[in-house]
Design a binder for this molecule. Structure first.
Ligand code: ADP
Ligand code: PMV
Length: 316
């Protein structure tokens, strides 16, 4: 028995700290961006099983290579619900820029899973949601840590270790985050492979930076809880140095980070896979954040978002 409509939602995420090192078992902290939304709607149709999205419109069996992860996820869900004979239309409506380190692939996967379970009126545990989203993430990313899927499905900031579902963490910070898109497609898969190569070529050097990032994440967790915004800023800058040493930053990210620091940001770093994509900076006040966003745009950022850091709280 299906419903008249199945709806699944998710949102963007920002990794505060711990990208890349999280793949090697170190902790990470990531925040949901609840205002940047993705909605999937599943409705009965006269014929076939069709998809409309930014990339493709048509039968899901014909999804293009860029959506192979989504294709595998839909195949898994159709099998799960024994739904080969059912006719539906699936619409993906996303406010997330794709391939910018804001978690668009995980957000797509999470919302698709939620829409199917809603359509078939079936309860969905968090464990099952993350396991199914991983079907898509394993194909779109290489060796995903699971951090993206955990955060785009969470209402609260998470402290995350690979293999776990993430622990909601308190955030008590009088500060604002400015996120800026370099306009360059992020290359998460390539950046992950670059870190793998560095670990092979110079293990001790790479491992030192990976472990240092883990230590910075644990320090930041304390600063977030205590509202120590200046210490957090310094720690973000230190994390950016580790990410540069791991060769996952690039000239455009470094440029926007330098501009932010030069104009008074308390700290700034890349976020997500790197080698393109987004950076963020933190400022003490909302007004400071708006001014900095305008400056980053004048310095070639394609788009900016502002996220207060004292409001992303609540229960999952
Ligand atoms: N609006 C969308 N509709 C369909 N698929 C999407 C959409 N946004 C993202 N995706 C999927 O996610 C992939 C991008 O993932 P990725 O390169 O990892 O970027 P991100 O860092 O944003 O997750 C796309 O190739 C596509 O498979
Ligand atoms: C590099 C990594 O730590 C984060 C990737 O983030 P994004 O997909 O670029 O948003 C990989 C992962 O955690 O799976």
């Amino acid at each position: 028995m299906v419903k008249e409509q199945g709806i699944g939602t998710s949102h963007a995420k920002i990794i505060l700290m711990g990208e890349h090192s999280v793949v090697y078992g170190q902790p990470a902290i990531a925040l949901p961006l609840p205002d940047v939304k993705l909605t999937v709607t599943l409705t009965p149709s006269d014929q076939g099983q069709t998809v409309t999205s930014r990339y493709f419109t048509g039968d899901w069996h014909d999804l293009p290579p860029v959506m192979q992860g989504v294709r595998q996820l839909i195949a898994t869900l159709v099998e799960h619900f024994d739904g080969n004979a059912d006719c539906w239309h699936l619409n993906i409506d996303s406010q997330l820029p794709a391939e910018r380190g804001m978690g668009s692939s995980a957000a797509t996967a999470v919302a698709i899973v939620r829409a199917f379970f809603d359509y078939y009126d079936t309860p969905l545990s968090r464990h099952e949601l993350l396991a199914l989203a991983d079907v898509e993430e394993q194909i779109t990313h290489r060796s995903p840590s699971g951090l993206d899927a955990a955060t785009v499905s969470s209402k609260t900031p998470l402290y995350y270790i690979k293999g776990h579902e993430g622990t909601p963490i308190p955030m008590n910070l009088q500060a604002t985050m400015v996120i800026a898109d370099t306009g360059v497609k992020g290359a998460t898969k390539e950046a992950i492979m670059a870190v793998q190569e560095l670990l092979k070529a110079d293990h001790e050097h790479a491992q030192t930076h990976i472990e240092h990032l883990g230590q910075l994440v644990d320090n930041s967790r304390q600063f977030l809880a205590k509202g120590e915004v200046f210490k957090l800023g310094t720690t973000l800058n230190a994390a950016q140095q580790d990410l540069q040493a791991l060769q996952v930053s690039d000239a455009q990210l470094d440029h926007l980070i330098d501009v932010a620091i030069h104009h008074g940001a308390l700290g700034a770093k890349l976020t997500g896979g790197g080698r393109g994509g987004c950076m963020f900076a933190i400022t003490r006040t909302a007004l400071g954040a708006r001014k900095l966003a305008a400056i980053l745009k004048d310095n070639s950022a394609r788009q900016t978002w502002i996220q207060p850091l004292d409001t992303t709280r609540g229960e999952n």
